[in-house]
Design a binder for this molecule. Structure first.
Ligand code: 4AD
Length: 460
């Protein structure tokens, strides 16, 4: 059993992320520290065992000179995941070698806190050897996959993106709200509703907070929320989840052009903010080496021009039924993806036909076939934002409910917005996982959540 040398100075507790201690510098030469973490890499060599310790804030190379330190029972049992506290002196890495933050801990003592399985079949070993984070076995072991650098740097980037939204909205004086998740209205189509028993009634998991945000405009001015939305998507695609994080905002007394300008500004600002963070920028560069902040203005393309564009390609990009696109066709995921990848820059696809879109979208007064709507499309992913101006006239809204076969009764609180001082207003919803998939070049949105939910998967 290893014993601490009592003649050594008392160790100061530090974390790996605590870089302002300037460890390894002249002034801290000889400072003895203790650091807790888990074994992330393990390299036993003849003269020393090298451990990369991880604590969620970063990585620290630890050097255990061969001898008592490497011969103990605990050392023989070292494995990926073993948690321990190491004691020793932080030093600069010799010029010929490299280590995270150019420092290494010369260990004089350690205490194992929790062992981890060490055999070849240990999940930690299988997980770290796997190439695909999204295959079903890896998803079963997502709790361990998240310990890996790929998954954790992706989720850190996600957190940074979400924070950048919150900062943008705070600066722009949008009030953050938290609308209910349990609702009794459908907004984005009945086919993707999750029904849940609610005492002796039925309720649904919300598909969007939009209607609730609209009701808040008179009290707060511009508003936003970052909440979960739920869609019972019955197909497995690269970009559909059953539960996703929805960044939604609603703005009062605006025109369609204001909505487009705002979207351009918030997307560019959020990207600039995360790229200004050196740690996050380094993750993004690693995952998506070619990534550049989008240049403004975004390409603005009307739906009708997109139809012409799809048909003008050689060979033409066909619709879902393998026929040329005609006005009124849905531009399905595959066609949209091809278009976005060929154009290879952000696109504002605007003025969708009313028949293709949700009941609440305002019509374009110069062409009543189409709506003041926009989807933001990004290369590699396709649609990341759905946005529109909202119908503000009560009678027109009642007609829209009728056309869509929805009874307006359950929406009385929404409709009242049109009766009690209506206003021109609009807003949008952005899928955080899709934004992240674009920024970090992910094959699927499934890797962009902590524990993804999609048809057939609701664990861990
Ligand atoms: O286009 P959608 O359905 O629009 C709405 O829900 C509006 N009511 C939002 C609003 O105006 N407040 O969804 C908006 C965005 C999509 O562009 C996409 O990024 C994301 O939400 N999204 C999904 N993300 C992952 N999985 C799914 N199943 C998604 N469905 C929509």
């Amino acid at each position: 059993v290893l014993k601490e040398d009592q003649s050594l100075p008392k160790a100061t507790k530090v974390t790996i992320g605590h870089k302002d201690v300037k460890l390894g510098d002249e002034e801290t030469q000889g400072l003895r520290v203790k650091v807790s973490g888990r074994i992330h890499h393990l390299r036993p060599q003849k003269h020393a065992t090298f451990i990369t310790l991880a604590d969620g804030y970063g990585f620290l190379q630890c050097v255990l000179a061969a001898g008592d330190l490497t011969k103990s029972y605990d050392a023989v049992m070292f494995a990926l995941g073993t948690s321990l506290t190491v004691y020793g002196e932080m030093k600069k890495v010799p010029a010929s070698q490299s280590a995270p933050d150019n420092r290494e801990l010369h260990v004089d003592y350690y205490k194992v806190i929790g062992h981890a399985p060490a055999d070849k079949e240990a999940l930690t070993n299988r997980v770290s050897a796997s190439q695909n984070q999204w295959d079903s076995q890896m998803l079963d072991h997502r709790h361990l996959v998240l310990r890996g650098e790929n998954a954790s740097s992706l989720i850190k980037t996600r957190a940074a993106l979400e924070l950048a939204f919150i900062q943008f909205y705070a600066k722009a004086k949008f009030t953050k709200l938290s609308p209910p998740a349990l609702v009794q209205t459908q907004v984005e189509g009945g086919s993707t509703l999750f029904k849940v028993p609610y005492y002796d009634e039925d309720a649904y998991l919300t598909q969007t907070s939009q209607l609730y945000l609209e009701t808040a405009l008179p009290s707060f001015g511009n508003v936003y929320c970052i909440e979960k939305s739920f869609r019972a998507e019955k197909s497995l695609t690269r970009r559909h989840l059953s539960e996703y994080t929805h960044v939604e905002a609603e703005m009062d007394f605006i025109e369609f052009s204001d909505l487009l300008d705002h979207l351009e500004e918030i997307i560019c600002s959020v990207i600039d903010t995360v790229l200004a963070d050196d740690e996050i920028a380094s993750y993004i560069r690693k995952m998506n080496p070619g990534f550049e902040a989008p240049s403004r203005p975004f390409l603005r393309m009307r739906y009708s021009d997109a139809i012409d564009w799809l048909n003008s390609q050689d060979p033409p990009i066909l619709n879902e039924f393998d026929a040329p696109h005609t006005f009124g066709d849905d531009i399905a995921e595959a066609a949209e993806r091809k278009m976005t990848d060929i154009i290879n820059r952000p696109i504002f696809l605007t003025h969708f036909p009313a028949d293709l879109k949700a009941f609440y979208m305002k019509k374009d007064s110069s062409d009543l076939r189409v709506t003041e709507s926009v989807d933001v499309l990004m290369p590699g992913v396709g649609e990341i934002v759905g946005a529109s101006m909202r119908m503000e006239d009560y009678d027109e809204l009642m007609d829209a409910f009728k056309r869509h076969g929805i009874s307006p009764d359950a929406y009385y609180w929404y409709n009242d917005q049109r009766r009690y001082g209506t206003s021109p207003h609009g807003g949008y919803g952005l899928g955080l996982e899709r934004l992240l998939a674009w920024v970090c070049k992910q094959h699927t949105v499934r890797t962009c959540c902590m524990y993804p939910r999609f048809m057939g998967r609701c664990r861990p």
